[in-house]
Design a protein around this ligand. Structure first.
Ligand code: BTN
Length: 331
């Protein structure tokens, strides 16, 4: 692990307070002398962070991705000694799913909790062969590695729903009551009918007995209506379109912390309760596509291990797994 280039505590402080902060207050909060605090501010600038000088102090306008790795490495990840998680930040990569898969295959169990993050993906992908579009600088796109037991048949199912719940919770916190965040089976985090974030869970294998889930998350942060092709624009929203403009690093960190909690600490029952609360489809009559066929019925509940439970007009109970179910025909 390389030693950090920036003072992570300083970045944290400036991310928390988005208003100008006087140098003496910064120095005091970090127990530094003012000259050292000034030097650390310079380091942040060199790492690409934009800082404004005001008569009343310094304000962080935007983080630079060069500072992201240091910051993310310092976020505690369950089962990892502090500061000892692998974080790879790319200015451009095909897909963070592939980057995270490579990390897992190269490092094995040591990759648990590892993150691959990109400013821009050239071949970002969604579920069922769809693509995930996010012009550079507008979103958060990352994948996190999670080791899973070789015989855990329902890992993808469980992790898809757990990740969707915690991403939705993180979005609701960031939106602070400005909009209602809901979940659409299996992986859409929405405001009304518009998608704000999506989750893609895939698996990777290193050798027999070493299996991983690669949990990919895409969040639309600063995306504006004109950034998308006209056919997508009506179905998509972003935090900015909903009225908040957090820094992308703050969004990434909030989602990563929520994921850590959901994967390692929150009991399945509690996540399921939260899914029921957020699910905009519960008890509604819906049409979904499963295994390439349309399926109609009333949403009864979710089985975290087997998928959405639907009651058809004939009274039959169907389980629709996350991996093969979609709100629209595939493609
Ligand atoms: C979906 O809504 O269908 C899932 C979207 C998942 C997108 C994320 S962005 C980061 C990671 N890398 C990818 O190529 N896809 C996932």
């Amino acid at each position: 692990m390389q030693s950090p280039v920036i003072d992570v505590r300083l970045l944290e402080l400036l991310l928390d307070r988005r208003e100008p902060t006087p140098l003496p207050a910064i120095a005091h909060a970090l127990t530094l002398d003012e000259r050292t605090a000034q030097r650390e501010l310079e380091r942040l600038r060199r790492a690409g962070c934009r800082l404004d000088e005001h008569p009343h102090g310094v304000r962080l306008v935007q983080t630079g991705i060069t500072a992201w790795r240091d910051y993310l490495e310092a976020i505690p990840a369950a089962g990892r000694p502090p500061g000892e998680r692998h974080v790879a930040v790319y200015r451009q990569t095909a897909s963070t799913q592939e980057a995270a898969r490579e990390l897992a295959v190269a490092r094995g169990r040591d990759a648990d909790g590892a993150l691959a993050v990109a400013d821009e993906q050239t071949a970002g992908r969604g579920r069922l062969g769809r693509s995930w579009l996010a012009p550079p600088g507008t979103g958060v796109t990352f994948s996190r590695v999670r080791t899973i037991a070789p015989d855990d048949a329902s890992a993808v199912e469980r992790l898809t729903f757990a990740a969707a719940v915690c991403v939705a919770d993180a979005m609701a916190t960031l939106l602070a009551g400005r909009a209602v965040v809901s979940l659409k089976w299996p992986n859409d985090v929405c405001v009304g009918e518009r998608k704000l974030a999506g989750i893609l869970v895939e698996t990777a294998q290193r050798r027999a007995g070493e299996r991983f889930a690669i949990i990919g998350v895409g969040v639309n942060v600063g995306l504006a209506p004109g950034d998308l092709p006209p056919e997508l624009a009506p179905r998509v929203t972003s935090l900015a379109m909903e009225g908040v403009e957090p820094d992308r690093l703050a969004v990434l960190a909030a989602v990563d912390r929520a994921l850590d909690d959901a994967l390692h600490r929150r009991p399945l029952d509690e996540l399921l309760e939260q899914w029921r609360y957020r699910c905009g489809m519960l008890h509604r009559h819906v049409e979904l596509w499963s295994g390439g066929r349309p399926v109609r019925g009333q949403v009864v509940d979710l089985d975290p291990h087997a998928g959405l439970i639907l009651r058809t007009a004939g009274g039959e109970l169907l389980h629709l797994p996350a991996a093969t179910t979609s709100a629209r025909p595939e493609g």
